[in-house]
Design a protein around this ligand. Structure first.
Ligand SMILES: *[C@@H]1O[C@H](CO)[C@@H](O)[C@H](O)[C@H]1NC(C)=O
Ligand SMILES: *[C@@H]1O[C@H](CO)[C@@H](O)[C@H](O)[C@H]1NC(C)=O
Ligand SMILES: *[C@@H]1O[C@H](CO)[C@@H](O)[C@H](O)[C@H]1NC(C)=O
Ligand SMILES: *[C@@H]1O[C@H](CO)[C@@H](O)[C@H](O)[C@H]1NC(C)=O
Ligand SMILES: *[C@@H]1O[C@H](CO)[C@@H](O)[C@H](O)[C@H]1NC(C)=O
Ligand SMILES: [Zn+2]
Length: 562
């Protein structure tokens, strides 16, 4: 009652006295009281607010004209998917970068800001909140399907993907990711299965055990990422397979260059080998690759490095061909950090993604024939990030400063903590907090962390949430949300993408640009001679109307369903 009264007074204040907007501090408007009040922590000299946002001279300028040429047709298509990257996450990272570069002022944009053309609706057939599988299938096949479905429709029939159609039409193809290569997003471009969790079978399809293997080779000429565990036999340490198949050896027999180390990746000479060195499969970690902030560069290349090598390979391999290439590049783990409510992992994977987008723009500009198109869109928002709303004293605040101290993801630190068995757990724990950028952990935060020593998945969220209080941001969930995502596009024809689109329209945009024939691939996949494959590998008969999978997809905090 009381707060409603205050709110209506505040609202009427806004109407009669709009000049508050010119004021540097806003009037004391009570914020939503349904959110638990959390006192902003005091930290000696810095009491967290209201931050004085230093600004350099920011020239108010018009956006630059694009530099790309426009040829008569589209030869190359680059799709980039920042998984779980919502609009608030973009602002979250941009404001941090502006804070770091305050001399550049408010005009400093992330690369993806500079090519934003619209937004994308992401709902699936069985939920307003999609998962990566359904959304990636919208991008790959141009159809709506149910959460969990990989390259199949609601009735379990495989759908031809843009990558497969491109391959059959003579284009070269690639998938470059930082998750397991068998994870939902990449899987939806080159495999077909009723359940995203069947990663054994997805791996088998990725190395060629699916009908679009006319040359006896995998449908993707390039696979780079993590997920080695699903490619090595169950007799090998680190394997995630249930059987003893050695998929890398199967791929090698089909003429694919396979490798698992940074040194071997470097031997690709950034893609400058005869024919680009295609085809190749490089898998650097048993499961997902590291978050960018945790990455050891002597062991794992960055997403940017993988992108550069893959693009050079594809260009070299198609230089004298009428057909170019299709590549999907996924910044996979922006999403995983969201699931962990991990601001630090999230931030640095977003910054890396924007390095990739910057490079991709330059790549489009560098095509002398103007035949390369870049489109980028997340598959969904993750974790309901919002910037502000934590302080009840009326100031409008988001403070990126505390993020600067984070040296590792919360998952990395939680795992250090759980494996610690030395003599000084108390000081070790303080050090864990401090590596996450928190130098003033309070007694409650410490005791909760002690309780979570044996539970890394709670500990990583605890670290993440402890930092949100200081940065004055909020996560609303550890799952996905239904919020529309940003759409970026650069290159010829991309003016057609201005506006708000359904995710299936992005798939169809790729089809139209590369003049692909998806029904032809769908027919090939569903040919009765593939009956055994359809039943045993796709699981076609395990699903009807998207129903069988439904029970699997109610997850709150579940690290396996991302
Ligand atoms: C700012 O607002 C406060 C009241 O909220 C008022 O006392 C003060 O005069 C205003 N300052 C300016 C520069 O308008
Ligand atoms: C191609 O896929 C089919 C299944 O559709 C399989 O029978 C065949 O063995 C595969 N070929 C290769 C070379 O893997
Ligand atoms: C490994 O795979 C083989 C079949 O490929 C199976 O017989 C065996 O039980 C598996 N071993 C384990 C430990 O899963
Ligand atoms: C990175 O990995 C190398 C090779 O295993 C190792 O020697 C080095 O200590 C690691 N660096 C860090 C910072 O962990
Ligand atoms: C420590 O911070 C938490 C919020 O993270 C708060 O709920 C708690 O009251 C604080 N405890 C102390 C002792 O300040
Ligand atoms: Zn997710």
């Amino acid at each position: 009652m009381k707060s409603t009264l205050i709110l209506s007074i505040a609202l009427s204040l806004f109407q009669v006295a709009p000049s508050w907007a010119q004021n540097t501090t806003c009037p004391a408007v009570p914020l939503q009281t349904s959110w638990a009040y959390v006192a902003p922590p005091k930290n000696g000299k810095r009491d967290f607010g209201p931050p004085y946002v230093k600004q350099g001279k920011a020239p108010n300028g018009q956006p630059k004209k694009p530099n790309y040429r426009t040829g008569g047709r589209i030869k190359n298509f680059i799709l980039t998917i920042p998984d779980g990257f919502g609009p608030a996450s973009e602002v979250f990272a941009r404001d941090f970068v502006q804070w770091q570069n305050s001399d550049k002022g408010w005009n400093l944009q992330l690369a993806s800001d500079t090519v934003q053309v619209g937004s994308v609706r992401t709902r699936s057939t069985d939920s307003y909140v999609t998962d990566s599988a359904a959304s990636a299938t919208a991008y790959s096949c141009g159809i709506k399907t149910y959460n969990g479905a990989i390259g199949i429709d609601e009735d379990g029939n495989p759908c031809g993907t843009v990558l497969e159609a491109a391959k059959l039409a003579g284009y070269k193809t690639g998938l470059v990711v930082t998750s397991r290569i068998t994870h939902a997003t990449p899987a939806s471009f080159a495999s077909h299965i009723y359940d995203r969790d069947q990663e054994d079978k997805i791996a088998l399809q990725l190395v060629g055990y699916q009908p679009v293997n006319v040359t006896g080779k995998p449908v993707a000429d390039i696979l780079l990422g993590g997920g080695l565990g699903f490619f090595i036999p169950n007799t090998t340490a680190g394997s995630s397979r249930k059987d003893n198949l050695d998929l890398l050896s199967i791929a090698r027999k089909a003429g694919v260059n396979t490798f698992t180390t940074r040194a071997d990746f470097d031997r690709l000479n950034k893609g400058n080998l005869p024919g680009g060195g295609l085809p190749y499969i490089g898998l650097f970690t048993n499961s997902h690759m590291s978050y960018e902030i945790d990455r050891n560069s002597t062991k794992e290349p960055s997403l940017l490095e993988m992108t550069k090598t893959a693009l050079n390979s594809l260009r070299k391999a198609t230089r004298h061909s009428d057909k170019g290439y299709f590549i999907m590049i996924e910044a996979s783990r922006i999403d995983h950090a969201g699931h962990s409510n991990d601001l630090i992992g999230h931030l640095h994977d977003i910054i890396q993604y924007n390095e990739v987008v910057k490079y991709l723009k330059e790549w489009v500009d560098a095509d002398p024939d103007g035949e390369t198109v870049l489109v980028g869109t997340a598959d969904h928002e993750c974790a309901g990030l919002t910037l502000g709303g934590i302080v009840t004293t009326g100031e409008y605040q988001y403070n990126p400063a505390p993020l600067a101290g984070g040296k590792h993801s919360s998952a990395y630190l939680a795992s250090l903590w759980s494996s610690y068995n030395g003599p000084n757990p108390d000081s070790y724990l303080l050090d864990i907090f401090s590596q996450y950028g928190i130098n003033d952990a309070n007694s409650t935060e410490i005791s909760v962390a002690q309780k979570y020593k044996t539970s890394s998945s709670n500990m990583d969220i605890h670290l993440g949430q402890s930092l949100t209080r200081r940065a004055m941001v909020k996560w609303s969930t550890t799952g996905h949300t239904a919020v529309d995502v940003n759409l970026i596009a650069y290159g010829p024809n991309t003016d057609k993408l201005i506006g708000n689109h359904d995710n299936t329209e992005i798939g169809l945009f790729i089809v139209n640009n590369l003049k692909l024939d998806l029904p032809k691939v769908t027919n090939l996949l569903n040919n009765p001679k593939n009956e055994q494959w359809l039943v045993e590998q796709v699981g076609r008969d395990k699903v009807q109307g998207g129903v069988k999978s439904r029970k699997r997809h109610h997850h709150g905090h579940d690290h396996t369903v991302m």
